[in-house]
Design a protein around this ligand. Structure first.
Ligand SMILES: [Zn+2]
Length: 368
């Protein structure tokens, strides 16, 4: 392949099979201008480009559960083909600074993963989350009124969506429900963390948009899953983290079985890694690498590679209202991954990816 041009403004990827809905097209050319896909199909011989012959062009992945603390995390995600990351809890929050970095891309390496952030999570006194360093007292709630106030503070701080912790001990059902309703009233999505069955049930009753993690002590029943599907509650199971949960009752098989039960009941299952390197978490999950593991685990749990890929791109973007990305169409952000192998045959194809572009900016893999 030709080396990619330094000029971000205009380039072409030639003779490449392009992901369209859930199958690959015949060979085409994709023209990128100012970070956006500007044309598909027509070649422009006057433009420098990449020869995509024998390769597969797919949208960049969206990791629906990460923790972003610094610019290195954004680099690592991009290197693995993750072009959008949905942070599910950052404290102390420095997201404003990171947002500015992504916008300017001033670090000189090229290609940074874009992100959204929940900011600070809501929890209750005497819980593991309340003991993480830097968690402010206004996110540790005991009454529904405090829960609602906590949501309003997060919205005022610029949280893109609201993250609540359900646990035993943890916020009461009344607190979870009050916080969820307050967030919905303010037009924000709500994501509730639940790792065991009882808090997972509390999360279902609160009616959030998403429950993240999957119960490790007892699998979800078909009735649980049907209730989720009926109320449009999606799940980001983070199986890669569930393998590491250390509780006496924890069995990974319960989390994996819950994923299959939800998927069969029509619950939207989205891929997320829980990439994190804070001290005190059950495991340090690699930014980027964790997401590629998650794709494999979701296939192993019983989803098809096509379903897993949709739950890492188009479906995630649609659910989170990210309308400018995750499909290869004219006018969309040029968040692109060039693969040597067909990911529908084998989702591990991302582990051997050839190139990544974040909003049209080529990610220099060798610089990491
Ligand atoms: Zn997490």
């Amino acid at each position: 392949m030709n080396p990619i041009m330094a000029d971000r403004s205009k380039f072409i990827i030639r003779n490449v099979r392009v992901l369209e809905a859930d199958s690959f097209s015949d060979c085409k050319s994709v023209l990128v201008h100012n970070g956006v896909i500007s044309a598909i199909g027509e070649d422009r011989e006057d433009l420098d480009g990449v020869n995509g012959q024998g390769h597969y062009l797919v949208p960049g992945l969206i990791d629906a559960h990460v923790h972003i603390a610094n610019v290195d995390h954004l680099h690592r995600l991009a290197k693995a083909g993750v072009t959008t990351a949905l942070d599910m809890g950052a404290w102390p929050t420095n997201t404003a600074k990171l947002r500015a970095l992504v916008a300017l891309d001033e670090h000189g390496k090229g290609g940074l993963c874009d992100f959204r952030s929940a900011g600070i999570v809501m929890t209750a006194p005497n819980t593991p989350h309340s003991r993480f360093p830097g968690v402010p007292s206004d996110s540790i709630v005991q009454t529904p009124q405090e829960a609602q106030e906590c949501v309003r503070l997060r919205v005022a701080e610029g949280s893109d969506y609201i993250k609540l912790i359900a646990d035993v001990p943890g916020p009461t059902q009344e607190c979870l429900t009050a916080a969820t309703q307050e967030a919905r009233r303010l037009g924000k999505m709500v994501i509730i963390h639940a790792v065991t069955y009882k808090p997972f049930r509390m999360a279902i009753i609160a009616r959030p948009h998403i429950i993240t993690h999957a119960p490790v002590d007892k699998p979800l029943t078909e009735d649980d899953a049907r209730e989720m599907a009926k109320h449009n509650i999606a799940c980001v199971p983070t199986l890669v983290m569930m393998r590491h949960v250390k509780r006496s009752t924890a069995k990974y098989e319960n989390a994996a079985a819950s994923v299959l039960t939800m998927h069969r009941a029509g619950v939207l299952v989205l891929a997320g890694s829980d990439a994190v390197d804070y001290p005190g978490v059950p495991a340090q999950i690699e930014h980027g690498g964790g997401m590629l593991e998650e794709l494999e685990l979701l296939v192993e749990a019983g989803m098809s590679p096509a379903e897993v890929l949709a739950g890492s791109t188009t479906k995630t973007a649609k659910y989170f209202g990210l309308r400018d990305r995750a499909t290869i169409n004219k006018g969309m952000r040029a968040d692109l991954v060039l693969l040597k192998e067909d990911p529908f045959e084998d989702v591990t194809a991302f582990k051997r990816l050839e190139r990544v572009w974040c909003a049209g900016r080529h990610m220099h893999l060798e610089q990491l």
